[in-house]
Design a protein around this ligand. Structure first.
Ligand code: ADP
Ligand code: MG
Length: 584
């Protein structure tokens, strides 16, 4: 599968190779034009002291070199930045596609703040490393190399003096490089921790406030922010120590060159123009040396960011283990094949919890099935396996008689309207939430689905069906309204299999009756599987599956189970009858 090929920087730079080559050529030419200027100046100074020579040609050349260098430099900067943006666009596209398609288990342990920071912060850091960082390194390197060669050419003696002092400064800076890198990695990590802590706190802001936990969250953020400050201060201290070292060595170098150079000019060993050119090259070195140092740290930070991005791009997509066949409807393998069948299915989650042990069950097409059991008995896990969020460790799950491992997930999912436990709403309007499962739903159908779920009040708002906003995560609706909206979403999908996981967890008994009506009114032939803990829902089922500690312990009708199954009797009397009594 092409999406699964490992993501390599090299492959993604290849489409831009012509622009990058142009950038390199422009950099070389503009550096050369800059480096030519002191030489031209030297000639200009020479013509000033020589009465017979014409001043204009070297002066015109100098102006042309300065202007040309600046213009080409601007063009190169634009080309490089826009190529960097193209590259980052490609990387971001790959990254968010992968982030949305990982295997279900990958999301269980990762914090969404961490995933988000890789898409936002890390790609931005990487972009500046690629554009300004790499560019600084290359162009500064070229300028430094050119200046060094020309200085050595003009006067080896002066060059020796200048280099000796500059090398001392460079050695000081270089010896600090490792410490600066470590400190900036720490700073990045702590900023990341701050984002994760903030995301966690915002996701439960009311609960935290109700628990009077705001101060504790603030304290945690404080500690991450303070650590980021500490790393920043450490970097500042290192840089502060580096600059006097560089400045002093540069000053010593300049004085040495002036004294030595003046002496050599006086002695007639060196032209005045050459001394001027040499001094210009020395000054010309200052900016690129600083540039190269900061480019170096930027590239280091960029490499760290690239590692974090590639860590995600290396994770397999859910579809990686999919058979090559296309989607589409699934014909029954045999006329008698049940819609869903589990044959000694065992599933252990990545954290080691065995949620299902040797589960056998069969659900006939068109039947109405309820699954009951204590919390943690594996009911939701059965549904996750039907949706193929997880794959059985052993045993077989069959859909219309086909092993689900041999069917594309999309063709199974296109048969199912699934409402997960505590199904979330997405920010936006009621209509947007309804259309999630059916993007083309007509307004009348949506209005009917809303009425069917007892949400008449949302059917019209300002003339538009479901035009009201649900707020972040459905914050503007009541718990019951949120839940009923998820039913409406599922009913609107009109799929052959309707799967609801605890759909009545936060609705009152009267509203629960609405679900009964809705289930009674699904098109004939629809199979429904409902994980239920209310007697009303359970009693309407053709068959009830009882689960306990990851096993299916019994199945039958309400009367049969009441008769023979102790667990069911207990569930019925303790949980469901209580709820039923409320219903009156
Ligand atoms: N994504 C998961 N990762 C690890 N363990 C899980 C996950 N989901 C559920 N579990 C564990 O698996 C067991 C069964 O959970 P679940 O199927 O959700 O039970 P039920 O829906 O019947 O309450 C529980 O012990 C639960 O802690
Ligand atoms: Mg559950």
């Amino acid at each position: 599968m092409s999406d699964q090929v490992e993501w390599r920087v090299r492959d993604h730079l290849r489409p831009h190779r012509r622009r990058l080559a142009a950038v390199l050529v422009l950099t070389i030419v503009s550096s050369a034009l800059m480096l030519a200027q002191p030489m031209l100046l030297s000639r200009l100074v020479g013509t000033l002291t020589d009465a017979g020579a014409a001043v204009l040609p070297p002066a015109a050349l100098l102006v042309a070199a300065a202007l040309g260098g600046a213009l080409l430099g601007a063009w190169r900067t634009y080309l490089l930045q826009s190529t960097g943006e193209e590259f980052i666009l490609g990387l971001r596209k790959a990254l968010y596609r992968r982030l949305l398609r990982l295997r279900a288990a990958e999301y269980d342990e990762r914090s969404s703040g961490d995933l988000l920071s890789r898409l936002g912060t890390d790609t931005t850091v990487l972009r500046s490393a690629l554009t300004s960082g790499m560019f600084s390194l290359v162009s500064a390197g070229l300028t430094i190399a050119g200046a060094v060669v020309l200085m050595a050419y003009i006067s080896p003696v002066l060059f020796g003096a200048a280099m000796a002092s500059l090398l001392i400064g460079a050695a000081v800076v270089f010896s600090m490089g490792g410490a600066v890198r470590r400190a900036s990695t720490q700073a990045q990590t702590n900023v990341g921790l701050m984002t994760v802590a903030m995301e966690r706190a915002l996701s439960a802001v009311r609960t935290i406030r109700a628990c009077e936990g705001t101060e504790r969250e603030v304290a945690e953020l404080d500690s991450a922010a303070t650590r980021a400050r500490d790393s920043g201060v450490r970097i500042a201290a290192l840089q502060a120590m580096a600059s006097p070292a560089i400045a002093t060595s540069a000053q010593i170098g300049l004085m040495l060159v002036l004294v030595l150079g003046g002496y050599r000019v006086a002695a007639g060993h060196l032209e005045l123009g050459d001394l001027a050119a040499f001094m210009m090259y020395m000054f010309m070195l200052i900016t690129p040396v600083v540039q190269a140092a900061s480019g170096y740290t930027q590239v280091q930070a960029g490499l760290a960011a690239l590692d974090r991005v590639r860590e995600i791009l290396k994770l397999p997509e859910e579809a990686a283990d999919e058979p090559g066949t296309g989607g589409g409807p699934i014909a029954p393998a045999t006329p008698a094949a049940p819609l869903i069948e589990f044959a000694s299915v065992t599933l252990t989650y990545p954290n080691g919890v065995t949620a299902l042990r040797d589960v056998d069950l069969a659900i006939a097409a068109g039947s109405r099935v309820a699954i009951v059991g204590l919390s943690g008995s594996g009911k939701s896990t059965v549904l996750s396996l039907i949706e193929r969020f997880y794959t059985a460790d052993s045993g077989t799950v069959r859909f219309r008689g086909h092993d689900v491992a041999e069917l594309p997930r999309s063709s199974i999912r296109s048969q199912i309207a699934y409402v997960e436990q505590d199904a979330p709403l997405i920010a936006g309007t009621i209509a947007r939430n309804l259309r999630l499962g059916r993007p083309d739903a007509a307004a009348e159908r949506m209005a009917a689905a809303l009425r069917g779920a007892g949400l008449d009040e949302f059917a019209e708002s300002g003339g538009e069906v479901g035009g009201r906003s649900v707020g972040d995560g459905g914050a503007l609706l009541s718990g019951g309204q949120r839940q009923r909206l998820t039913w409406a979403r599922a009913l609107l999908m009109e799929r052959p299999l309707l799967v609801l996981d605890e759909p009545t967890a936060s609705v009152d008994a009267r509203t629960e009756g609405l679900l009964q009506d809705a289930l009674d009114n699904v098109p004939s032939g629809t199979t429904t599987i409902v994980v239920a803990h209310r007697l009303a829902t359970v009693m309407g089922a053709d068959r009830i599956i009882v689960m306990d500690q990851g096993r299916v312990v019994d199945s039958g009708t309400h009367e049969e189970l009441l008769d023979r199954n102790d667990l069911y009797r207990e569930l019925a009397s303790r949980q469901m009858l209580a709820a039923d009594a409320v219903r009156g």
